[in-house]
Ligand binder design. Structure first.
Ligand SMILES: N[C@@H](CCC(=O)N[C@@H](CS)C(=O)NCC(=O)O)C(=O)O
Length: 211
């Protein structure tokens, strides 16, 4: 059976959400971050050498990287093609673009902000550049959602599930008040019944809805 190796307060929450949307049978193996360092426990390295989450195992396959995991699950388990646009269409190309963009571009300035904010004055010199990059990428996402509920063809897809983590982490590091479309998108994600079921199954998740 498909197993999600799930770390608390992490990107693997969105994989649980996807599986709940598809109503796929799966199991969760839970791992807890170290309270001091926030790092994943060493047991995750037994699943994959990087020791990061998400990672899924499915039969003989072990797959890392949320974008690749989401695409794998959709290609193998989304029998109705409800969350993946048809191959060969412009919407499929957009879906792939957003799937890669989330971790390849949008996450980087957020991670830089997170890490450099721990340096106090040591990171001060970098803050203007990181701030500009956050504005550029989060602004791009916000503008892409103008007049749209979802990123591809105004219909929910795996790309939205992938981008949900960016919209959830952004308010911790950048004001979402300046990004009304992204804030509304995050709330739309949180309102999905499948998202709520994933929260119930996954346990503690610091970036989810407050109510
Ligand atoms: N780009 C990767 C990032 C994986 C990643 O860094 N995951 C974090 C959780 S959000 C993690 O495992 N952190 C614990 C650690 O680094 O020990 C993905 O999207 O799957």
């Amino acid at each position: 059976m498909l197993t999600v190796h799930h770390l608390n307060n992490s990107r693997s929450q969105r994989v649980l959400w996807l599986l709940e949307e598809l109503d796929v049978e799966y199991q969760i193996k839970c791992y807890q971050r170290d309270a001091q360092t926030s790092l994943a426990p060493p047991e995750l390295e037994a699943v994959h050498v990087l020791g990061k989450s998400p990672v899924i195992t499915d039969g003989s396959q072990t797959i890392i990287e949320s974008g690749a995991i989401i695409d794998y699950i959709l290609r193998h388990y989304d029998v109705d093609r409800s969350l993946i646009p048809e191959v060969g269409t412009a919407h499929h190309e957009q879906y792939l673009q957003w799937l890669h963009y989330a971790e390849g571009s949008a996450a980087l300035p957020l991670m830089l902000k997170l890490y450099t904010s721990r340096l106090a004055d040591g990171g001060a010199e970098l803050q203007p550049r990181i701030g500009d990059e956050m504005q550029r990428h989060l602004g791009y996402l916000d503008q892409a959602l103008e007049g749209e509920d979802w990123f591809v063809g105004n219909k929910i897809s795996g790309a939205d599930i992938q981008l949900s983590f960016i919209a959830e982490v952004a308010p911790l590091l950048y004001s979402l008040e300046a990004l009304p479309n992204l804030a509304a998108f995050r709330d739309r994600c949180h309102a999905r019944p499948a998202y709520r079921r994933a929260l119930d199954r996954g346990g503690v998740y610091a970036y989810g809805p407050t109510n």
